[in-house]
Design a protein around this ligand. Structure first.
Ligand code: GLC
Ligand code: MG
Length: 533
């Protein structure tokens, strides 16, 4: 594959912003679009190619923007459409793309569509949502559960039927079997594409179609009390239905009406099902999010196997991608620890496929403990005490020492941790060995080296806690050596070359060949064939 064969979303790096927490400019303690604009220079200094924004649309904020009451407008908390257009222009001016969140599975219960739908059984929009008569006992129509706890069915007194909601009861599911829903939702895509948006991350894509016979989901034999209550059933009739792939192809065809736009799908499924979302003949999403690094245990051997299996499962022409964290999952620094977070960064930015970074991971932000009176996430409120709440990974970006870490002049909507005085952008910009310095070096190296941003993945090996792989493009080759353990280790059989980057930022230029010593939690990128110093 030659250089010009890859698209921006293949060789580029995506950076996820959770807009409520990136930068507040109007002093309400909540991030806004003007704040994002004011930080674009930082993002371009960091070197990312595309920004994905979690939802910024009008919303009652029951699920912090994932409950949308108007798909084609901006929530005043974040700003105006004019400010949004400015963000697009300013991002593009810096050579960065802008990706929006698209939430097709459900609307807010305050959306005019649902208001109409619930108004009467005869309303023309009744069928836009999933309404069912009560079960024989007068209870819910079947056993389907809500991801956020309790039944997935909510009774509507006025019309005597239940509606289905895979998430909160304030997030009724749209009925994607209705052609009018399909048309309206396609138009919402076009609204943003016409404004110059470069693509979408599609929320809970594998949920869009439910069983047309409304069969009960089977019991999960592995479930035990104390586990996430949603896991009590296996969601075979509510998710990943065969017909969903037609819906995906429909979304793709809309995006393909425009030049060079991107569709990413949020999909939590086992590998063999995940890759189905590339679609027959790659007519599905360009990138079905690969969350394996978010979920896999941090062990060299199992990660090597996982990476290999993923590479093998990809359909011909299917482009890989990797994610370390997002607004729904504990942060990488909390999952694997501060030292290993550096190794993880090196892995994310040297594997084959598009990397997606989560804001704040580049400075090593960890999950922030949330005092009970500051809990915001409805998941934690509905299903308390199981560690399911997502506030800890959604706290304000830490920009500088001092009040609210430079995020806001007011009390932020979620707390800033005590160590923000050291874990912040301004401090780390000054420190040549900081996490931020490491990320910036990794990003620069990846951008500059086709072997890393589009090259082939040659092989992978695990020896003890050390993971080794090679990336290659037109004769240039890099070996990546990652020590996932907390003991020093020796890697053997390393081809002759020189270190171009180490996680400690202290070994560049060192010649290596054969056996290489790695410190605990150290990673090295070796340019094979280069002479050291
Ligand atoms: C996705 C979002 C999550 C949201 C849910 C319902 O998983 O990432 O934040 O709560 O969908 O929209
Ligand atoms: Mg604000």
């Amino acid at each position: 594959m030659t250089t010009h064969d890859t698209r921006w979303w293949q060789h580029g790096i995506v950076y996820q912003i959770y807009p409520r927490s990136f930068q507040d400019t109007d002093g309400d303690g909540i991030g806004d679009l003007a704040g994002i604009v004011s930080r674009l220079d930082y993002l371009s200094w960091l070197g990312v190619d595309a920004i994905w924004l979690s939802p910024v649309f009008p919303s009652p904020m029951k699920d912090f923007g994932y409950d949308i009451s108007d798909f084609c407008a901006i929530h005043p908390i974040f700003g105006t459409l004019d400010e949004f257009d400015r963000l697009v222009t300013e991002a593009h001016r810096r050579g960065m793309r802008l990706i929006l969140d698209y939430v097709p599975n459900h609307t807010s219960d305050q959306h005019p569509w649902f208001q109409a739908s619930r108004s009467s059984r005869d309303d023309p929009k009744r069928d836009w949502y999933i309404w069912r008569d009560p079960g024989p006992d007068g209870g819910p129509p079947n056993n389907w559960l809500s991801t956020f706890g309790g039944s997935g069915w909510e009774f509507d007194e006025a019309t005597g039927q239940y509606y289905y909601h895979a998430f909160l009861k304030e997030q009724p599911d749209l009925n994607w079997r209705d052609p009018e829903v399909v048309r309206a939702m396609h138009d919402a895509l076009r609204f943003w594409l016409d404004r110059g948006v470069d693509g979408f991350r599609v929320d809970v894509l594998w949920h869009l179609i439910k069983d047309d016979r409304f069969r009960d989901n089977p019991i999960n034999p592995e479930w035990r009390p104390g586990h996430d209550p949603y896991q009590r059933l296996v969601p075979v009739y509510t998710t990943d239905r065969p017909e969903v792939l037609d819906v995906v192809a429909g979304l793709r065809s809309v995006v393909d009406e425009y030049d060079d736009r991107l569709l990413i799908g949020e999909i939590y499924l086992p590998l063999e099902r995940l890759v189905a979302y590339y679609g027959t003949d790659l007519e599905g999403v360009h990138l079905p999010f690969n969350f394996q690094l978010v979920e896999a245990p941090w062990h060299a051997r199992s990660l090597a196997r996982m990476i290999e299996d993923y590479e093998e499962a990809l359909p011909p022409g299917g482009w890989p991608n990797w994610v370390l964290g997002n607004h729904d999952k504990p942060r990488i620094a909390s999952r694997v620890g501060t030292a290993q977070a550096r190794v993880a960064a090196m892995m994310l930015l040297t594997l084959r496929g598009t990397p997606t970074m989560y804001y704040g991971d580049e400075i090593g932000m960890h999950d922030v403990p949330i005092p009970p009176d500051r809990i915001q996430d409805p998941f934690e409120k509905n299903v308390p005490g199981l560690g399911l709440g997502r506030d800890p990974q959604r706290t304000p970006m830490q920009w500088e020492p001092g009040r609210a870490a430079g995020f806001s002049t007011a009390e932020p909507w979620l707390p800033v941790p005590g160590d923000a005085d050291t874990v912040n952008v301004a401090t780390q910009e000054q420190a040549p060995d900081s996490m931020l310095a490491l990320y910036r070096n990794l990003v620069a190296l990846r951008r500059g080296e086709p072997a890393l941003n589009r090259g082939s993945f040659v092989r992978i090996e695990a020896e003890g806690d050390v993971l080794v792989y090679l990336r290659e493009h037109e004769g240039r080759c890099f070996a990546v050596l990652l020590n996932l353990g907390d003991e020093p280790h020796e890697a053997h059989g390393v081809p002759a070359g020189a270190v171009v980057l180490s996680t400690g930022l202290d070994r560049s230029g060192e010649p290596v060949e054969g056996t290489v010593s790695l410190h605990a939690g150290e990673g090295l990128i070796v340019e094979v064939g280069r002479r050291g110093r």
